[in-house]
Design a protein around this ligand. Structure first.
Ligand code: NAP
Length: 282
């Protein structure tokens, strides 16, 4: 198949490596000529240009730009593509993208490969990034069956675990396991920094160990990504933040009442529930 990739960064470049290794012919388009040159040099594309017209012969196009550019780039792209071309995107939030694109292109399907690293750009692209990682497809009622079939075949070739759900279910699910944790972790750091006694704060900073390292990690990450999550997944994030606030209020009440039995029951139930999300044996 001829595969088009628009946006040759971490995700776009990594897709290029693995789809090429499966025998596909990969056409890459990116903003900067230096990125196109580098993509060719590292071998994640067969051809690369800054001109979007290069994608006119693609059977499937993956839009892999930063999330805020996905819809504008799609609007530009559809002027160049034949109607039978399949368009997909890799954006980490799905509802606004699917709502903006599905009504304008019959052969569109949203997607989200749930793999990444802390790095970005073509230098960060790597082989086998998607192996054993979830890849969510978010079809709508009008998505043609063969579009699903083609995408499932390609995603299967990446070695990913395929999941399907509506864009709304996707956004709420990623809010729980990705976007809410960033806000909770950032709030934890901010609350600690709010300690007014300098000696206590310094001692806390000196004593912080693995528990604080684990719970503060995502709150200490890239601020732009956190803002992007809140901006594009606002409603789902607000829903999960409100439910989280309810849990905090309940914990305060339980401790104020010195209801140690209720606290133990709560912590026992969360101890049992954690392996349902992540079972690393610790
Ligand atoms: P990235 O490494 O920054 O790559 C994005 C690339 O898009 C850049 O390298 C840039 O290439 C290119 N680009 C920027 N503006 C462009 C334009 N106007 N036209 C064409 N290309 C343009 O970002 P990423 O992490 O791969 O993320 C890309 C998408 O994947 C986002 O929508 C994100 O939500 C999604 N995603 C990210 C992750 C993750 O963990 N990072 C995981 C899953 C999904 P130039 O060098 O040419 O400027």
């Amino acid at each position: 198949m001829n595969i088009g990739i628009l946006g040759l960064g971490l995700i776009g470049g990594s897709l290029g490596f693995d789809l090429r290794s499966q025998g596909h012919y990969v056409l890459g388009v990116s903003r900067r000529p230096s990125t196109c040159k580098q993509a060719l040099a590292v071998g994640c594309v067969d051809e690369a240009e800054t001109d979007i017209n290069l994608l006119a012969t693609a059977d499937v196009v993956f839009i892999c730009t930063p999330i805020g550019l996905i819809i504008p780039k799609f609007a530009e792209l559809i002027n160049y593509l034949p109607k039978n071309c399949i368009i997909t995107d890799v954006g980490s939030v799905k509802t606004p993208i699917v709502q903006g694109m599905a009504p304008r292109w019959q052969n569109f399907i949203g997607g989200h490969p749930m793999a990444g690293t802390a790095n970005s750009g073509i230098e960060a692209a790597q082989r086998n990034l998607f192996v054993d990682r979830p890849y969510v497809l978010t079809p709508t009622l009008t998505t043609p069956k063969y579009v699903m079939e083609v995408m499932e075949e390609l995603v299967g070739q990446l070695g990913s675990k395929i999941y399907h759900c509506s864009p709304e279910v996707h956004d709420l699910a990623v809010s729980w396991i990705s976007h809410l944790p960033v806000m909770v972790s950032a709030s934890l750091i901010a609350a600690c920094m709010g300690e007014s006694d300098r000696q206590v704060l310094e001692m806390a900073q000196n004593l912080a160990s693995s528990g604080f390292r684990d719970t503060s990690r995502v709150g200490g990450g890239n601020p732009e990504l956190g803002v992007m999550m809140a901006q594009y997944n606002r409603q789902a994030l607000l829903t999960s933040l409100q439910q989280y606030r309810q849990q905090i209020d309940e914990a305060i009440l339980t401790i104020e009442r010195e209801d140690w039995q209720a606290l133990e029951e709560k912590l026992s139930s969360t101890q049992q529930a954690r392996p349902l999300f992540w079972d690393d044996g610790c």
